[in-house]
Design a protein around this ligand. Structure first.
Ligand code: PHB
Length: 390
């Protein structure tokens, strides 16, 4: 055994090949607390990827080390990222559900020689915080701008916007307002609410009073989005004919059973629907459904994680397992593949994912399942928010 090891080491040194080893990937996300289901979807995406593609790249076993940040908490995220790099020796950082958590960890990357692959956080500017950030999710600019076009095409002229008052909410508001006004529509009022808001009745009253024909809304997916859509129904806005327009964060599949028939007909724009019709998605949903246990809990953070693992595997392959963040990131610039969501590319300039954005409508299938049915495609959307972020 010992002689074999010495011989292998000598061969590796002579030929320059890396020894078989374990490469650790540190994944930060909400694995407990109110957003635990979102973190569970990160895990399901990772496990689905490894079930379909193996847990090794060449001779390198890929091991995932999880760290829990239950709610947006930049200080805790930075501390855990540091711990993962210094104590655990992770070669990659990944995950990051909330924007502030990704922003706080980004400044560590260059010195640590570690790439960060973002599975969710959706504020455009994050990729500008370090050359080692790559994102496989979406931005709220990317998902919200098409909704403004849909609204105008549907004959809506006056809209009020309601967003959570932090990065992705401000981006969603700007994206919607800029695009909608560019199309000739009017945003009559913009409301920003604290991330902690969970009583939406006063906001619904303001929406009613504004006289807008539609409300455009963004909140981070979780208990708050479910509460917001319920409040929209319960406060009579739906009955009053005020249309709810939103990116798909507001109708994630895992929330649809709780919303029931009241969600039918809701229009959202997003990069991924669990019902997306393709062989790649069929294989993904089967594997991720098995990983999560209850397939009704599957939602979009799983696809960010699944494709994020694809990017990390490509990085490991390109660097032969050596720790070289620049080479790893350079290797995936311009990478294209067929994701379960459709065709995608890592934009070589921005390191953000270019993808189709779909208009979807909540429907009930013959077996009583609620789905986001894709009814229109905006092809090959980059991130229009980056120009605004610079
Ligand atoms: C974010 O904090 O960037 C974020 C979180 C949840 C979402 C979208 C964006 O659904």
């Amino acid at each position: 055994m010992k002689t074999f090891f010495v011989a292998a080491l000598a061969t590796a040194l002579l030929t320059g090949t890396a020894l078989a080893d374990t490469i650790k990937v540190g994944v930060i996300g909400p694995f407990s607390g109110p957003f635990a289901l979102q973190g569970k979807n990160f895990q399901a995406g990772i496990q689905a990827y490894q079930a379909l593609n193996g847990d090794s790249v060449g001779d390198h076993k890929v091991e995932i080390v999880y760290r829990d940040v239950p709610q947006a908490d930049p200080a805790q995220s930075a501390a855990l990222a540091q711990e993962l790099v210094v104590k655990e020796g992770v070669q990659y950082l990944a995950g990051f559900y909330f924007t502030p958590d990704a922003m706080a960890a980004a400044p560590l990357l260059e010195q640590a020689n570690v790439p960060m692959v973002i599975f969710n956080a959706a504020t455009s500017a994050i990729v500008t915080k370090s050359p080692y950030v790559v994102r496989t999710s979406f931005t709220t600019w990317q998902t919200s701008a098409p909704m403004a076009k849909v609204a105008k095409a549907k004959g809506i002229e006056k809209v009020i916007t309601v967003v959570s008052d932090y990065g992705p909410g401000v981006d969603a508001e700007t994206a919607f307002k800029t695009t909608f006004e560019g199309e000739g529509g009017t945003v009559v009022e913009t409301i920003r609410m604290p991330l902690s808001t969970n009583d939406f009745s006063p906001i619904m009253q303001r929406v009613k009073d504004s006289g807008a024909q539609a409300v455009f809304a963004f909140l981070p997916s979780g208990p708050t989005t479910l509460g917001f859509v319920k409040s929209y129904n319960e406060n009579g806005l739906k009955d009053a004919g005020v249309t709810l327009l939103a990116p798909g964060d507001l109708t994630q599949e895992s929330d649809l059973p709780a919303l029931g028939d009241s969600a039918l007909g809701l229009l959202t724009t997003f990069h991924y629907a669990v019902s997306h019709d393709s062989p790649e998605n069929k294989a993904f949903v089967e594997a991720a459904g098995k990983a999560i246990g209850n397939p009704a809990e599957l939602s979009f953070p799983a696809i960010g994680a699944f494709d994020g693992m694809h990017v990390i595997y490509k990085m490991i392959e390109a660097t032969g397992g050596k720790q070289d963040a620049k080479a790893a990131v350079d290797a995936v610039k311009g990478l294209t593949w067929t994701s379960p969501r459709g065709p995608v590319e890592i934009d070589p300039e921005t390191r953000h994912i270019t993808q189709n954005i779909y208009l979807r409508e909540v429907e009930k299938t013959a077996d009583g399942t609620y789905i986001n049915k894709e009814i229109q495609t905006f092809e090959k959307q980059g991130d229009p928010g980056l120009a605004a972020a610079k």
